[in-house]
Design a binder for this molecule. Structure first.
Ligand code: GLY
Ligand code: MN
Ligand code: MN
Length: 451
């Protein structure tokens, strides 16, 4: 297992400054003569005086590389001069003894390269004045009440001045309008980072599968996968790990991970590493005893066929919706073959009969956020896939047991198979293809560490 150390502050999470300069150029081009205001993510309290580990804002990081709590960035569009102004927390010897060093204005100037830098205690005095000119302000109201107040003050001043000058704020727009489209197409450096997240994710799954055996606690499987993530340099999991054994595999967002596995159980493990703020998101479903039972194998084979069909639908120029369509077609055919559904496949697809067993979608975008930003459809039409987009492919089938005194053959079985896929110029690349997925390969891997 190759070990990499996580980035230590201060840093740009391992990206060179040129990456952020290029992003800002694209943002400022798209902004036109508007202005964009991006706050840092809030620090969330867990209980009393303890806090959740800090996770920087994906948007602020994307635009500037800034990862510190309390920062605010302001970007003007190219037509309005393209200024880049940053507010950061002031240095504070006492506070830094508790929570570690801060960049401060000098450090921020050096690391993040703004045209102007101010301290965050100057926000109230400076920010409103910066907002009175432009007709359009990109700012997400409601995410930060203090900043909301400063922006509102800017709007009010602009409104009272506007009529005399024929300028001033007319529109408040969600920053996603500009940022989401750019974040959807990954740069070569982002793709390289996502490959790393995928490698670490695959390694975590491979180890967890290797250590699993009947009697393993779901929590131990979770611990193994997450230990590998950390050991290999990830910040940690990109989302709460799902280690669902037996009927827990049918609970889509099961995160309790408190049951001990039994002989014959399937384990549905959905986990992804966050490496330098980019996410992996992978699911494998494996028999904890190392051999699929006949009914489990039947279900697994249907999901595997749907996974293959959906992967086959990914490519440049292909509609995003066709990935789901391919999965649904294969799952419906499989459900009919299993005798779970009866009737004509096309009619069953039309009636969405699969939804009782496959209630989620096949794919979501992946990037800085695990469910990454970007519209899946535009003007009522599915979006067409382009090189540089990264999505998951994750069909599944779930047969929750409803306590029926005469359970069906598949009751309690939950299977999902999820990979992370990059759209390329001439097709696609499965970034997580190294993790066993075929029945023989999965069976060979489970429990191998105890052999
Ligand atoms: N792990 C959440 C998902 O697969 O979307
Ligand atoms: Mn997942
Ligand atoms: Mn997913």
């Amino acid at each position: 297992m190759k070990e990499e150390s996580p980035e230590d502050a201060p840093s740009l999470e391992g990206f060179p400054p040129e990456e952020f300069q290029a992003r800002r150029r694209a943002i400022q081009e798209a902004l036109g003569d508007a202005v964009l205001v991006l706050p840092a993510a809030p620090l969330l309290h867990r209980s009393r005086d303890s806090e959740y580990p800090y996770r920087p804002s994906s948007e602020l990081f994307y635009a500037t590389g800034a990862t510190e709590e309390g920062s605010v960035a302001l970007l003007r569009g190219r037509e309005a001069g393209g200024e880049y102004i940053l507010f950061v927390r002031p240095r504070d010897t006492k506070a830094e003894r508790w929570s570690g060093p801060r960049l401060g204005p000098e450090g921020a100037r050096e690391l993040l390269g703004p045209d102007q830098v101010h301290t965050s205690d100057e926000l109230e005095a400076i920010l409103p004045g910066l907002l009175v000119g432009p007709a359009r302000i990109y700012y997400r109201l409601g995410a930060d009440t203090t900043l909301d107040r400063h922006v509102r003050m800017g709007l009010e001043r602009g409104r009272s001045r506007g009529p005399r000058r024929g300028t001033g704020p007319r529109e408040l727009v969600d920053p996603g309008e500009v940022l989401d489209e750019l974040r959807l197409r990954k740069s070569p450096r982002e793709i390289e980072r996502m490959r790393r997240a995928a490698r670490v994710t695959v390694e975590g799954h491979r180890e967890a599968m290797g250590w699993a055996r009947p009697g393993s606690g779901e929590w131990e499987i979770q611990a193994e996968v997450e230990a590998v993530f950390r050991r290999m340099g990830a910040r940690g999991p990109a989302f709460p790990t799902i280690a669902g054994s037996g009927k827990n595999g049918c609970v889509l967002h099961y995160v309790g991970n408190g049951r001990r596995t039994c002989e014959g159980d399937l384990v549905l493990l959905d986990a992804g590493a966050e490496v330098g703020l980019y996410a992996g998101d992978v699911t494998r479903t494996f028999p904890v005893s190392g051999r699929f039972r006949a009914e489990q194998k039947d279900v697994y084979e249907v999901v595997l066929a749907a996974h293959r069909a959906a992967l086959g639908a990914v490519g440049p120029g292909e509609p995003f919706s066709h990935v789901h369509r391919a999965a649904v077609q294969a799952l419906t055919e499989g459900l009919v073959a299993l005798g779970v559904l009866e009737g004509d496949v096309d009619e069953l697809v039309e009636a969405k009969a699969h939804e009782a067993y496959f209630p989620h979608r096949t794919s979501h975008w992946l990037g800085l956020d695990v469910h990454d930003v970007g519209d899946y459809a535009r003007n009522g039409q599915s979006r067409v896939l382009e090189p540089g987009m990264v999505l998951t492919v994750e069909p599944g089938l779930y047969f929750p047991s409803n306590g029926d005194p005469e359970p069906g053959p598949y009751d309690g079985i939950g299977v999902r198979i999820e990979d992370d896929v990059l759209v390329t110029e001439d097709g696609m690349e499965n970034l997580t293809a190294d993790l066993p997925v075929e029945i023989d390969d999965v069976e060979a891997r489970v429990g191998v560490r105890w052999a």
